[in-house]
Design a binder for this molecule. Structure first.
Ligand SMILES: NC(=O)c1ccc[n+]([C@@H]2O[C@H](COP(=O)([O-])OP(=O)(O)OC[C@H]3O[C@@H](n4cnc5c(N)ncnc54)[C@H](OP(=O)(O)O)[C@@H]3O)[C@@H](O)[C@H]2O)c1
Length: 248
């Protein structure tokens, strides 16, 4: 019961990794605030979880809606131990066929969504005695990959944002970055290619929960994919881009 008595806000809990995290953290004794846009999915989840939890419907793309949701959550929880920003949107597309409406939505959710939450919540979070704020990026953000935009750019931005937040955070506030490889969720059902080192959402949730209370900044998994990507990122561009060009 590693999370017994903690209040944890999962933003993006209605499916995929966030959903699996909710199940795991509730089993471990946490009290959860479950957010996303789909109230029915969140309520269904809440009813299946061990313990008593709250649903807070919230569209992270809408700054005013986020501010309202933060006020509502704060009215119930003066102290929040951890905030896990898992919300994300992804549509596969090549840069030769950019769908601007979908691209805007990805930027609005993946990047602006995180900024909306930071704007509304960070001041009260750092005023607490202790807090943790976790942002979910992706290994796709380590380096530009073929047919990965604009999603990849939002995740590269998320990594940069998490680094700045970590540096700006006072000592009693922990900031972490999650960089998953491929996880079998509704998001990756859109991928028509064979995903290397694909894992199940329960394995992703276990990898995250194992490391949430450790000192490290980044939680990345599965290692057989993330370490290759990290190595690629360290190579000179001449070599890494030549290797990646073969994938496009
Ligand atoms: N699956 C992978 O292979 C993979 C790899 C690397 C990183 N990631 C990242 O992991 C996170 C979780 O993704 P997933 O694979 O679990 O995908 P998912 O099953 O599609 O879940 C995405 C979650 O984000 C929420 N969301 C989307 N738009 C939102 C909005 N405007 N406001 C509030 N919530 C919103 C969804 O809830 P509603 O629809 O109810 O709003 C849902 O709960 C994302 O940040 C994703 O980019 C996933």
């Amino acid at each position: 019961m590693a999370y017994q008595g903690e209040v944890i806000w999962i933003i993006g809990a209605s499916s995929g990794i966030g959903h699996a995290l909710a199940v795991k953290l509730a089993d471990e004794g946490a009290t959860l605030i479950l957010s996303g846009r789909r109230e029915e999915a969140l309520e269904t989840l809440r009813l299946t979880l061990k313990g008593a939890h709250n649903v807070q419907v919230m569209d992270v793309a809408d700054a005013a809606n986020v501010a309202q949701a933060v006020s509502a959550v704060r009215a119930q929880h003066a102290h929040i131990d951890r905030v896990l920003f898992m919300a994300g949107q992804y549509e596969p597309m090549g840069l030769d066929a950019l769908e601007l409406a979908e691209a805007t939505q990805m930027v609005q959710v993946n990047l602006m969504g995180a900024l909306h939450v930071i704007a509304a919540l960070w001041p009260s979070l750092i005023a607490q005695e202790y807090a943790q704020f976790v942002l979910c990026a992706s290994v796709v953000g380590y380096m530009g990959l073929p047919n990965a935009q604009p999603y990849g750019a939002t995740k590269a931005g998320m990594i940069n944002l998490a680094e700045s937040l970590y540096l700006e955070a006072p000592p009693h506030v922990d900031v972490k970055l999650i960089a998953p490889g491929f996880v079998r969720t509704p998001m990756t059902q859109k991928n028509l290619f064979k995903m290397p080192a694909l894992i199940e959402p329960e394995a992703a949730a276990a990898a995250i929960c194992d490391k949430l209370s450790t000192r490290g900044f980044e939680i990345h998994f599965p290692k057989k994919l993330t370490l290759v990507m990290k190595l690629l990122r360290m190579l000179p561009y001449g070599l890494s881009l030549w290797m990646l060009k073969g994938l496009s």
